[in-house]
Design a protein around this ligand. Structure first.
Ligand SMILES: *[C@@H]1O[C@H](CO)[C@@H](O)[C@H](O)[C@H]1NC(C)=O
Ligand SMILES: *[C@@H]1O[C@H](CO)[C@@H](O)[C@H](O)[C@H]1NC(C)=O
Ligand SMILES: *[C@@H]1O[C@H](CO)[C@@H](O)[C@H](O)[C@H]1NC(C)=O
Ligand SMILES: *[C@@H]1O[C@H](CO)[C@@H](O)[C@H](O)[C@H]1NC(C)=O
Ligand SMILES: *[C@@H]1O[C@H](CO)[C@@H](O)[C@H](O)[C@H]1NC(C)=O
Length: 335
């Protein structure tokens, strides 16, 4: 009858209302355990091995979930699988969940795990970084329509910044429209439910939803093999240069850092191009029209970080057929 999202919303609103009522009546109100069960996802015989906010002694699952709902920092809990001789259970209220710390989540004979639905709704990799996730990999994030999708998060290459992958392709796929002529403001998804380095681009709404929650953008070359060493690397911020909405035939636009073939610069302009049905976003480094200069060693009309009509094998993104280019959106984590 209702969509899963609306059901969740309804349960959440109802349970907060019930909580308010419980609060006002000093815990004397009627319990609604059935309702409460829909707020939590229960995984029997699982244990999330992260430090808890607190460990308390309870008589049943209800008391433990109640404690979690009352604590705004609680995302999930561990609860003893069996009672002590005095009929009590230990209950651990946690600030993390099995999505944030998947590696710390294990089957366990002595514990059940309950994860609170809805309280943690990551909209980008930033929320994972903010909650202490530190491993690179695929995480579940939500778009503006409330649908979840897998996204690749880089949480460690640049400490204090979390990056979400928006597209990645290898040189051999450079002629596909999504990587050659589809400007960023065009919807041109590729394999968007399976993030990979060879052929991947998010649909426009998801890019937009990430853009809204990001302050910075970045392009990298061969990230899976080279990581981040600032060679053949590009970073800018959306305030100075909104790459999604930009269209232009060779405009000097401000970047925070750029390196092409070892030529590099900080806080200066570089020459950008992006034209509907013609060229996706890229730099041309053979020209010295803007402050950043990499024309020494360039090939004629050399394209960098996209489009790739003219390629230079000295530029890491286009070195070999299996070399890859990535674009990312990201933001600094709050201290
Ligand atoms: C199982 O859970 C207990 C707490 O009940 C914990 O102390 C123990 O480390 C866990 N074992 C594993 C293998 O995760
Ligand atoms: C990406 O999409 C193409 C075409 O639909 C398909 O052939 C390829 O296997 C996909 N790659 C991955 C990693 O999903
Ligand atoms: C940046 O440029 C300097 C010379 O201007 C060079 O020594 C350095 O290796 C370059 N950095 C990278 C990451 O390529
Ligand atoms: C570049 O500009 C940013 C602010 O836009 C500033 O924080 C940073 O220190 C500058 N870097 C250099 C090397 O000037
Ligand atoms: C491309 O393939 C070659 C040979 O298989 C390998 O040595 C190299 O690391 C690969 N490069 C990338 C960027 O994956």
């Amino acid at each position: 009858m209702f969509s899963p999202f609306f059901r969740w919303f309804l349960f959440f609103v109802l349970s907060s209302k019930i909580l308010e009522a419980l609060y006002e009546q000093e815990s004397q109100a009627t319990h609604h355990p059935d309702l409460r069960q829909d707020v939590f996802v229960k995984d029997e015989y699982h244990f999330l091995n992260v430090p808890g906010i607190r460990t308390i002694t309870v008589y049943d699952a209800f008391d433990c979930t109640f404690e979690c709902l009352n604590n705004p920092s609680c995302f999930s809990l561990n609860l003893a699988a069996s009672k002590r001789t005095d009929g009590t259970l230990w209950c651990e209220v946690l600030t993390s969940n099995n999505y944030i710390n998947p590696d710390e989540y294990h089957e366990n004979k002595t514990s059940h795990h309950f994860s609170l639905k809805g309280r943690f709704r990551p909209i980008s990799c930033v929320e994972y970084g903010q909650q202490g996730a530190y491993k690179d990999g695929i995480y579940k994030i939500y778009d503006n329509d409330g649908n979840s999708f897998p996204a690749y998060c880089d949480l460690k290459s640049e400490p204090g910044i979390a990056w979400t992958l928006v597209m990645s392709w290898s040189r051999k796929n450079r002629l596909l429209p999504a990587f050659r002529k589809a400007v960023l403001q065009i919807n041109a998804p590729e394999n968007e439910t399976s993030p990979n380095w060879d052929r991947y681009r998010l649909r426009l709404e998801r890019m937009r939803s990430l853009q809204v929650h990001s302050t910075h953008w970045r392009a990298t070359c061969c990230y899976p093999t080279h990581g981040i060493d600032y060679r053949d690397y590009l970073r800018g911020n959306f305030k100075d240069f909104n790459i999604v909405d930009f269209l232009g035939d060779g405009k000097c636009k401000r970047v925070e850092y750029v390196d092409i073939r070892g030529h590099n610069g900080t806080n200066l302009t570089a020459l950008f191009w992006q034209k509907k049905n013609a060229w996706m976003l890229h730099i041309i480094s053979s020209s010295d029209r803007c402050k950043f200069s990499a024309s020494v060693g360039a090939v004629g009309s050399e394209d960098n970080f996209g489009f790739y009509g003219e390629i230079n094998q000295k530029f890491r993104c286009t070195q070999a057929v299996n070399s890859t280019t990535q674009w990312w959106f990201g933001a600094h984590l709050k201290k």
